[in-house]
Design a protein around this ligand. Structure first.
Ligand code: MSP
Length: 641
């Protein structure tokens, strides 16, 4: 039984950061638990190297695209290698084998009548490599808010419009094709609006795979990139993929374009697409302009890779957005890893050594089968945080059990049965730890291996299979090792300072690699605007500022700067608010976001909509707004004072 997983093929205009690492860690974890379930699991990742964005990045770095992409692709490859991620296929889209696969894919679609020649004039977002239908010159990209560019080209078109019904049927017949449910609903809504044909070739750029037709056409990057999932495993009998793991911003490409291309080529479709949420930094989007991108290496050097893996998969509900912060990382490490798992292991080993010369006592009835099934079920649903919670529940239970049984008293007792009871307590604790090590191994492979060895197990924990795990209990008289600290406690202050220092060094190193100067955060205004006239506290108290949550957001027709928001500020009905933030924020990026509202501002009509309140934002030098937000979770309706 094979199981084939892919991560996105990452763009090489940026060096690897924690966002890429997040997806790749999750994919590695899935590969590990699938292996544990008896599958032969394979993982593909790679680099997406063509297109205008990369061409421009290479030019800015003073390199040819070939030189530039080679350097960054190597950086990705090295990153995954030094982290020990279990990658089987690393495919660069500049690889000639891949070129051939893309051209064949095109040929198949052409032969089946799904490709025609046409002309396109319209708006294009270079950042997202996306044609923006219905946009006018000067309009921002609906996905990233950056300005679009007008392009006119003679192109080859893919008849995407012919796949509307088939795609709807696919997602109805296979309701779990797209997960989580919210993403599926988005795709269905998109399909219901109807699909337009898609231009899949470019003549305006050179850096791409040549289309096998007359003229200088190269492939549209998404036609090229998506095909990597197949080309990477050509001849391996692995297609169709069981799982495409992606971030939520590229769902449309994976759930509409990709299945349509495959249907047109009459090739098998992948079985599932799971889109996880965004990893934010202290609740803010990570971006170059904010200067708040975090890299994995500095964290790994200070805290260890397993600590990062644990944090990301425990703290963030997989599928939802989540926040990274150094504080939260150290806190989780100390509470769950040092005090939780690490402490339990060292306690158990110490007792075994002190009371039983380091030998496992005779076997006792310990039935952990149902519990391990529960954990595996959660892994299977990619619900990593709950799987880990379930494991940590057992750690707490064991802590409580040891306290209750008081083995230190039993050890000194010569009363009838007390030594047998001590054997039972020690065996129960050790057997639990064996199971914990195995079940936690997909997330904490290094730690699990250490625990496994300390318990005196012979094979590697990676060889454990779930169907025999609970039955192959610890053998009596097996020798365990001396106690050792798995996770020494970490002092937050110095550790965070060290990570930040290393982060700065890593930023400089990566910037040099990309041929750039490290960018200073643009949100720090160079000049402070003159202060307004002083007011008293009573003046300020007149302004009723409230925490609100954006429930919906849409562009106001005929106004390119305005968004129409519906904001919940804890009143029975949401408020209509019209805000001039459309250039900086795409509507769907705002839904669910907590914002600050001036709630007692007199209503006024804007473009026919009565706006009841104002959204608070910092105004940067160039006039662009940055919305006020909170690092902690705050309830809707709370007043700001
Ligand atoms: N090249 C395309 C993908 C083509 S796949 C056929 C691309 N590349 S990317 O470099 O922008 O990578 C995007 C992916 O990286 C996301 O879908 C996600 O998997 C991961 N992430 C990058 N930043 C992230 C966060 N801040 N948070 C979570 N995931 C992030 O899109």
């Amino acid at each position: 039984m094979k199981y084939y997983i892919t991560t996105p093929i990452y763009y090489v205009n940026a060096a690897p950061h924690i966002g890429h690492t997040y997806t790749t860690i999750a994919a590695d974890t899935i590969k590990r638990f699938k292996t544990m379930q008896g599958y032969e699991a394979y993982l593909t990742t790679g680099t997406d190297e063509h297109g205008q964005k990369i061409e421009r990045a290479a030019k800015a770095a003073g390199k040819t695209p070939q030189e530039f992409t080679a350097v960054v692709a190597e950086e990705f490859r090295q990153q995954w290698k030094s982290l020990g991620l279990a990658i089987d296929f690393f495919r660069r889209t500049s690889d000639p084998l891949h070129h051939k696969a893309v051209q064949q894919m095109f040929q198949r679609c052409l032969e089946h009548g799904y490709i025609y020649k046409g002309s396109y004039t319209g708006q294009y977002c270079v950042f997202d490599e996306l044609y923006v239908n219905d946009a006018k010159p000067g309009d921002p990209c609906p996905d990233c808010g950056r300005p679009t560019e007008t392009v006119t080209e003679e192109n080859y078109f893919f008849k995407l419009s012919e796949f509307n019904e088939r795609l709807l049927k696919l997602f109805e017949d296979q309701p779990d094709f797209i997960q989580p449910e919210t993403r599926r609903n988005e795709v269905l809504a998109f399909l219901r609006r109807g699909l337009s044909d898609l231009s899949i070739s470019r003549t305006s750029i050179k850096w791409g795979i040549p289309v096998p037709v007359e003229g200088n056409h190269v492939f549209y990057v998404w036609f090229d990139a998506l095909t990597t999932y197949m080309s990477a495993v050509e001849g391996e009998d692995l297609w169709p993929a069981d799982l495409h793991l992606i971030g939520k911003e590229i769902v449309r490409f994976h759930c509409i374009y990709w299945p349509a291309f495959l249907m047109a080529a009459e090739l098998p479709l992948p079985k599932k697409v799971f889109a996880h949420g965004w990893l934010l930094f202290e609740n803010d989007k990570m971006s170059k302009s904010r200067g708040n991108i975090v890299r994995a290496m500095p964290i790994v050097k200070v805290m260890g890779f397993d600590a990062l893996r644990y944090f990301l998969l425990r703290e963030v509900v997989f599928g939802k957005d989540g926040s990274f912060s150094y504080d939260a990382l150290v806190q989780r490490y100390n509470s769950d890893l040092a005090n939780g798992l690490g402490n339990l292991l060292s306690r158990t080993l110490t007792m075994l050594n002190q009371y039983r010369d380091g030998y496992i006592p005779s076997e006792t009835e310990v039935d952990l089968e149902a519990w391990s099934e529960r954990v595996m079920k959660l892994y299977d649903a990619f619900d990593f945080s709950r799987a880990l919670e379930e494991i940590w529940t057992s750690i707490s239970w064991l802590d409580g059990y040891i306290v209750q049984e008081q083995p230190w008293k039993l050890a000194k007792s010569s009363a009838d049965g007390d030594q047998d009871r001590l054997d039972r307590v020690l065996y129960t604790a050790a057997e639990h730890l064996r199971m914990i090590a195995a079940l936690v191994s997909p997330v904490l492979p290094e730690t699990a291996e250490k625990i496994w060895r300390m318990l005196g197990m012979e094979q590697s924990v990676g060889e454990v299979r779930i169907d025999t795990l609970a039955k192959n209990k610890l053998r009596a008289a097996q020798k365990v090792s001396a106690a050792a600290a798995l996770f020494p406690r970490i002092d937050a202050g110095p550790a965070i300072a060290q990570m930040q220092q290393l982060e700065e060094e890593e930023t400089v190193r990566q910037a040099a690699l990309l041929g750039k100067k490290p960018e200073a955060p643009s949100v720090a205004p160079a000049n402070v605007a003159p202060m307004s006239e002083q007011i008293t506290i009573d003046d300020f108290a007149k302004v009723d500022l409230r925490v609100g949550e954006v429930k919906s957001a849409e562009l106001v027709k005929g106004a390119d700067k305005l968004l129409h928001l519906r904001v919940d500020i804890g009143e029975p009905e949401t408020r209509n608010i019209v805000a001039g933030i459309a250039k900086a924020y795409a509507p769907d990026r705002l839904v669910g976001r907590k914002v600050v509202i001036v709630a007692n501002l007199a209503p006024r009509k804007l473009r026919g909509i009565e706006s009841r309140g104002m959204i608070v934002a910092a105004s940067l030098e160039d006039g662009s707004p940055v919305l006020a937000s909170f690092l902690e979770d705050v309830p809707v309706g709370a007043r700001l004072k």
